[in-house]
Write a protein that binds this ligand. Structure first.
Ligand code: NDP
Length: 251
């Protein structure tokens, strides 16, 4: 299906070393894209060698996304290595859990910096390149907490609400210029970020009870939507936030 092919495309996936980002980076590579991974930690993640085994180019960049002022410099480096940027998946994110009454300023700031501020400025920096090419695909990873308040995660809910809103703002400005900006709101996915919920028997049971699909999501459940929103198949989809949640939001 050529409509879904990413042959010859270059994708940046933040947090593409592991978790949901790791699965999406690998999935995009299977669809034909070369991949630049941005991660916080140092060292080459296993995802890089897995992608290279597919015959695709893949490099990882250790970069703390809270350094927003250095983002343009990082992108120059990636462009030099890959020749251009066609797809950006803003996936990196952090979580901090605490009752709101005790929530610290430090936790608030880190969540907003990684989940919201860095996402906007990556969109801006990559958007410049895409607008000058007259094409590009940006996918921001939102959350069910873009729509709901969650429980003991006030900064996370605020940060993901903001991501959904500015995804629409950017889309309104850039849709007519060939750049698609969309979001994906994953449901409850089995990754390290959710260890606290998965290991809490009561919360785990409550969560599962509300998921019509009857199971936690797996990172691979996001591959289809990531490839779709990165490909020509989604050229007339703009400013949408697609939930991938086993039916949670419909309940
Ligand atoms: P993980 O905790 O498994 O992975 C987080 C990723 O973000 C890692 O790759 C990490 O890099 C990277 N990262 C974190 N902080 C920084 C930083 N300062 N600079 C650069 N990279 C950073 O998370 P998930 O895979 O579960 O989540 C991925 C995205 O999906 C997040 O935005 C999350 O909010 C969202 N999401 C997740 C859901 C879930 O149920 N898991 C549900 C809804 C949304 P490193 O490994 O180097 O630390």
């Amino acid at each position: 299906m050529n409509l879904f092919s990413l042959e010859g495309k270059v994708a940046i996936v933040t947090g593409g070393n592991r978790g949901l980002g790791g699965a999406m980076a690998y999935g995009l590579a299977q669809a034909g894209a070369d991949i630049a991974i941005i991660q916080r930690s140092s060292g080459e993640p296993e995802t890089v060698s897995r992608i290279r085994k597919l015959g695709r180019k893949c490099e990882s960049y250790s970069f703390d996304l809270t350094n927003t002022s250095k983002i343009p410099q990082l992108l120059q480096e990636i462009k030099k290595e890959f020749g251009g940027i066609d797809i950006l998946i803003n996936n990196a994110g952090v979580q901090r859990r605490s009752p709101s009454i005790d929530f610290t300023e430090e936790d608030w700031d880190i969540v907003m910096q990684v989940n919201t501020k860095s996402v906007f400025f990556l969109c801006q920096a990559v958007g410049k390149e895409m607008l000058s090419n007259g094409k590009g695909k940006i996918i921001n990873i939102a959350s069910l907490l873009s729509f709901q308040g969650g429980f003991t995660v006030p900064a996370y809910a605020a940060s993901k609400g903001a991501v959904a809103q500015f995804t629409k703002s950017l889309s309104n400005e850039w849709a007519s210029k060939g750049v698609n900006v969309n979001g994906v709101a994953p449901g409850y996915m089995e990754t390290e970020m959710n260890t606290a919920l998965i290991t809490d028997e009561t919360r785990n049971r409550e969560i599962l009870k509300r998921i019509p699909a009857g199971r936690w999501g797996q990172p691979e459940d996001l591959v289809g939507v990531a490839v779709f929103l990165s490909s020509n198949a989604s050229d007339y989809i703009n400013g949408e936030i697609i939930t991938v949640d086993g039916g949670w939001m419909g309940r």
